[in-house]
Design a protein around this ligand. Structure first.
Ligand SMILES: [Zn+2]
Length: 446
């Protein structure tokens, strides 16, 4: 089985790719449009510099070769959602090619190319056979990331996409609106011919569409049939793919160079742009530099890059990786949301744990200080609450010593303690407080 993906990412520019229309949500259909993005005769596209910068950043993140000169092409696009009849995209010389992305920091997935292009509008079909077109989206900047057919299972394609989306968001500061701004074309072949399932959105749907196709193509081949090269759609509700049209070959698109845009010398710009370390790279580095296992590093990084930075601060301040790991995963991460909202200095967290490491305060005191510092709650109130909580938890652990062993094996067993305390106290304490109090209680018993 061979699977390749084409991933479309909407770039977070404020205006469209070739005109100044806004990309924000519009108050009504066809309100964010101008003669340019409607393709009226006599209008000329003007390149959005920000879109080029985003393209270069993503090309760098994907370890692509970036050319000194790039240009655009016109592709025949004879559908009503693009009123020009052509789409501006890249073909021979895109913003990046021949890249590689490392899944789990190890397994290489080859990136064929990354190109810049404009999005078409949206067609809405109605039951009475009529259609309406909304061009608000037409001209929104997209990048298309094309992979080689390097995936061997639908689950692997999904996992790649999950990791890639995290890295893309981080690299170009893409707001986290779920998976809305990312769509995927999935290519899959079991035998000789390749089938493309267009426009699948959401990780789960990518895996479902690919799995459906794998089974369908296998059945066709087993029955002695032939899989046709075609483009298919995916019906999310029924979980099936359906034929849309026979697949075009690249020559059918009739690419020509886009004469209205000319050449872009991006070499100097590309060399001047540096990108942030991606979350995947951070996880790999933490694991190597601090000798912690990959899963733990991944867990810390995927909670938040900020949490990973605090982990490094604690490790440096205390000189103990063990302390940094256990507190980062414990009290620091359970109070993380409140802390991020507070805008306080993360050095304060490292400072409290340094006092602990130096023997100036106890475990319990450190926990309380962290809680108070990170959430902004009153220390005396936390002290009182934690005394109450630890009494209830100690009582429960004394009566059910087997839970201690279970939690050591699997942290999920903590849920039993949380459930008990919640019931006992009528939901007076938050689950994160209960978890951190339970961890303290367990620590003192080990
Ligand atoms: Zn416009």
């Amino acid at each position: 089985m061979m699977i390749g993906l084409e991933i479309h990412v909407q770039l977070p520019t404020r205006s469209k790719m070739f005109c100044s229309c806004p990309t924000t949500d519009a108050e009504g259909p066809n309100t964010h449009v101008c003669p340019g993005c409607l393709g009226m005769p006599g209008t000329k596209p003007v390149m959005n510099r920000k879109a080029v910068e985003y393209g270069i950043k993503l090309a760098k993140m994907l370890n692509c070769e970036i050319p000194d000169t790039m240009w655009f092409s016109r592709k025949v696009y004879f559908y009503p959602d693009m009123s020009k009849g052509t789409q501006i995209t890249q073909y021979e010389n895109p913003v990046g090619k021949k890249g590689v992305y490392y899944m789990n920091g190890k397994r290489p997935i080859r990136i064929t190319k990354i190109q810049l292009e404009e999005d078409p509008g949206k067609t809405k079909r109605f039951g009475d056979q009529s259609s309406l077109v909304d061009y608000n989206r037409a001209g929104t900047p997209l990048t298309e990331i094309v992979t080689e057919p390097d995936f061997t299972t639908p689950a692997e394609a999904r996992e790649f996409l999950r990791q890639l989306i995290i890295d893309i968001r981080h690299t170009i500061d893409l707001p986290d609106d779920g998976e809305r701004s990312i769509r995927c074309d999935c290519n899959i072949s079991i035998g000789k011919e390749r089938v493309e399932v267009k426009n699948v959105s959401g990780l789960k749907n990518v895996e479902r569409a690919l799995t459906f196709e794998a089974v369908r193509q296998t059945k066709v081949l087993k029955a002695g049939g032939k899989v046709e090269r075609e483009t298919r759609g995916f019906d999310e509700e029924r979980g099936v793919t359906f034929s849309v049209r026979k697949k075009e070959y690249e020559s059918d698109y009739g690419y020509i160079h886009e004469p209205d845009l000319g050449l872009f010398h991006i070499g100097d710009l590309a060399r001047s742009i540096t990108i942030k370390e991606s979350p995947a790279q951070t996880a790999a580095r933490l694991s190597k530099e601090y000798g912690i296992d990959g899963k733990t590093a991944d867990q810390i990084v995927s909670t938040s890059i900020g949490l990973a930075e605090v982990f490094e601060m604690i490790a440096k301040a205390t000189g103990s990786v063990k302390t940094a790991v256990s507190w980062t995963r414990g009290a620091v991460s359970s109070n993380w949301k409140a802390f991020e909202a507070s805008g306080k200095d993360p050095e304060g967290i490292a400072g409290i744990l340094k006092k602990l490491e130096d023997g100036k305060i106890t475990d319990v005191e450190a926990d309380m200080e962290l809680n108070s510092y990170m959430t902004g709650r009153d220390a005396a109130a936390i002290k009182e609450q934690s005394a109450d909580l630890s009494q209830i938890i100690d009582g429960y652990l004394d009566a059910h010593p087997e839970i201690i062993e279970e939690i050591k094996k699997n942290e999920k067993a903590l849920n039993r303690v949380i459930g008990h305390v919640m019931k006992e106290t009528g939901g007076k304490y938050s689950s994160s407080d209960i978890v951190s109090a339970t961890k303290n209680a367990l620590n003192s018993r080990l």
